[in-house]
Write a protein that binds this ligand. Structure first.
Ligand code: NAP
Ligand code: ZN
Length: 352
């Protein structure tokens, strides 16, 4: 077994602390990676605190991983020692079902293996994520990081990037369309950058008036403070597509009312308690649609990384030490993230 050190939670109420654990030794089709950087996703916090009710402890979160390959199994052809690579939210799937066959591993009919809190399959235990010194991953689930991108800024692309890119592509966001992004956090700021790069007219909806200027800098054409009813009303019936990234329950009706006929609002935010049910009339009057989307497939993740390489897109990050992870979680809960925390994994070697 491969020795690993990281930060994990041993219960829903304990802060994250240093933890030693083991990974499987690399199999013939595995890639072993020394982790350089790991982004901090709100899903890490939901899981560490068992807010979705499915956490198995101890849990080592982290699914926005960038690192260097240190070893490959003898069947691996796409990677070699020294390559800069990424790992996102999945580390395996059945590869047999129709979803996997279509490159939609996130919708694997037998359940994909999450990068953390998933069933490991080889050791009989659980998977442990990227708040750690190293990781072993099946080659198919390892991504190539474009050479021109800053490796730390690229880490959040592995979840926040693909989770926003996939629905923007699925709902065919294109030049001239009016696209709303709800919530300016990790996902939201990537949503702005990507929708802007796809040529859309982008409007940010935020509860934080202080983020107005940042949103414009990130690529928003307009910013609406969603608590302000008259600002909201000015945009009624005008959006082709809205991507809602909010991590807390809220009324969806004020946003559905902004869609034009046949417009869609897609939810990617995954709050622990449900949103209040939307009004049927918000949907039927203009044949509007309410949808959801989960991360993105592996091929699409590589497509997103390459798109970001071409457009020079990375996340706006605040680098932290692993020792500061609990404080980072508290700031995330206050919507005080600009706009993604990324852990410098070299800090693991520093005293706590
Ligand atoms: P984040 O960085 O904390 O950003 C969430 C943003 O939502 C906040 O910055 C804030 O933006 C807004 N917000 C927070 N509380 C709010 C409230 N009470 N009312 C209205 N707006 C509020 O989180 P994230 O990492 O982007 O993740 C967002 C959500 O997506 C989480 O639930 C996460 O688990 C989920 N997620 C889903 C997928 C998927 O595949 N579907 C993948 C990754 C993450 P403003 O200050 O601008 O209002
Ligand atoms: Zn995530």
């Amino acid at each position: 077994m491969l020795a690993s050190t990281g930060y994990g939670a041993t219960s829903a109420t304990e802060p994250l602390a240093k933890i030693d654990f083991e990974r499987r030794d690399p199999k013939p089709n595995d890639v072993q990676i020394d982790i350089l950087y790991c982004g901090v996703c709100h899903s890490d916090l939901h899981t560490a605190r068992n807010e979705w009710g499915n956490t198995v402890y101890p849990v080592v979160p982290g699914h926005e991983i960038v690192g260097r390959v240190t070893k490959v199994g003898n069947e691996v052809t796409r990677f070699k020692e020294g390559d800069l690579v990424g790992v996102g939210c999945m580390v395996d799937s059945c590869q047999q079902c129709s979803a996997c066959g279509e490159g939609l591993e996130q919708y694997c009919e037998n359940g994909f293996v999450g990068t953390y809190n998933g069933e490991e399959g080889h050791t009989g235990g659980m998977t442990y994520g990227g708040y750690a010194s190293n990781i072993v991953v099946r080659d198919k689930f390892v991504l190539k990081i474009p050479a021109n991108l800053d490796p730390a800024g690229a880490a959040p692309l592995l979840c926040a990037g693909i989770t926003t890119f996939s629905p923007l592509r699925q709902w065919k966001v294109s030049p001239g369309q009016k696209v709303g992004i709800v919530g300016l956090g990790g996902l939201g700021h990537m949503g702005i950058k990507l929708a802007h790069a796809m040529g859309a007219h982008v409007v940010l909806f935020t509860t934080s008036p202080g983020k107005r200027e940042d949103a414009k800098r990130l690529g928003a054409d307009d910013v609406v403070v969603s608590k302000n009813a008259s600002e909201m009303k000015a945009h009624r019936n005008s959006f082709d597509f809205i991507l809602n990234t909010v991590a807390a329950p809220h009324s969806l009706d004020p946003f559905l009312d902004l869609l034009k006929r046949d417009g869609t609002m897609t939810l990617v935010g995954a709050p622990a308690t449900p949103h209040p049910s939307p009004q049927v009339f918000s949907l039927i009057m203009k044949r509007r649609r309410l949808a959801g989307s989960l991360i993105g497939g592996i091929a699409e993740t590589q497509e997103m990384l390459d798109f970001c390489g071409q457009h020079n897109i990375v996340s706006d990050i605040e680098m932290i030490r692993i020792q500061d992870i609990n404080e980072a979680y508290e700031r995330m809960l206050k919507s005080d993230v600009k706009y993604r925390f990324v852990i410098d994994m070299a800090s693991l070697k520093q005293p706590s």
